[in-house]
Design a protein around this ligand. Structure first.
Ligand SMILES: [Zn+2]
Length: 293
């Protein structure tokens, strides 16, 4: 679950095609380039014992937690990547229940010289506010306001790093962002030279490839698994930018939707999600390595 303002990026096949071509052109520069390490990042976790400061427990459904689902999928994804992609190592940013801070996750990605970063999450909707007329007084309606859970979200969503924001959008972010993910969603501080360098580097080197990889993963979910998709969006998720490599955040489904929750917790559902990501990774790898030979 990653709350915040998002920009719709690519939902039409035509746009995906255009991105796919430009991404291939870019990779011609990387002669002899091979993908050797893929970072798998299971979102959230429980607070480490005795730890102070922020941690990110994630969303929950009626019987399961995002942090457990993402870890289960991450273990399966690690195994499948190493089985299906010859010579590729998969490194997890978290392999216990305990949360790892996002800067540490980015550090693990960079220390292991990752070529790609795949972050795994489950989506959830904030509660809905409903207002009902419960009576009248002096001819004017009396309202009763209540917040109720919203189970209407369904399907996948792919996020890549981006930060196109106007002041109006900044205000929108403040009103939609909730609790634990604030830390991951901050905008870039223009007075922090390191952050500015990372952002510029991301835009110059990794943005197109990130969008392309997200497009490939999204197509597998939709075309092969028949999942509903909200498409690909840009959002200021800092772990994606600070991991200096193409990076995609996969919202694997809505844990607060009963159907999606069952799917996310089933062996079948988890295996399907993993298989789709691995097929997309394989296609991406083949494209990048073929062009550079
Ligand atoms: Zn999440």
């Amino acid at each position: 679950m990653i709350y915040g303002f998002v920009v719709l990026l690519a939902s039409s096949p035509l746009f995906s095609f255009a991105l796919s071509n430009s991404s291939q052109k870019d990779s011609v520069i990387n002669n002899g380039y091979k993908i050797k390490t893929i970072i798998v990042d299971p979102g959230h976790g429980v607070r480490p014992e005795g730890a102070k400061g922020n941690f990110s427990p994630g969303a929950s459904g009626s019987y399961s937690f995002e942090r457990n689902v993402t870890l289960a999928i991450a273990f399966k994804l690690q195994k499948e990547i190493e089985k299906e992609l010859t010579g590729v190592k998969a490194v997890l940013t978290r392999n216990t229940e305990e949360d790892v801070s996002w800067p540490r996750r980015a550090e693990i990605a960079n220390q292991n010289k990752g070529d790609l970063f795949i972050s795994l999450h489950c989506n959830a909707l904030p509660p809905r506010t409903i207002r009902e007329v419960v009576g009248h007084k002096h001819g004017k309606p009396i309202y009763h306001t209540e917040t109720v859970p919203n189970h209407s979200g369904k399907g996948v969503l792919l996020l890549v790093y981006g930060f196109h924001r106007t002041t109006e959008e900044e205000n929108a972010i403040k009103s939609t962002q909730i609790e634990d993910d604030n830390q991951m969603n901050a905008s870039v501080d223009p007075n922090d030279p390191a952050a500015v360098i990372l952002t510029n580097e991301y835009l110059r080197k990794f943005r197109k490839q990130s969008i392309h990889l997200a497009t490939l993963i999204n197509s597998e979910f939709v075309d092969t698994d028949g999942r509903k998709s909200e498409g690909i969006r840009e959002q200021g998720v800092l772990v994606l930018c600070h991991s200096a490599m193409p990076a995609v955040l996969v919202e694997t489904g809505y844990i607060d939707n009963p159907d999606d929750e069952n799917y996310l917790n089933s062996e079948e559902g988890q295996n399907e999600i993993v298989a789709s990501i691995v097929r997309a990774l394989k296609n991406y790898k083949d494209e990048v390595e073929q062009v550079s030979q």
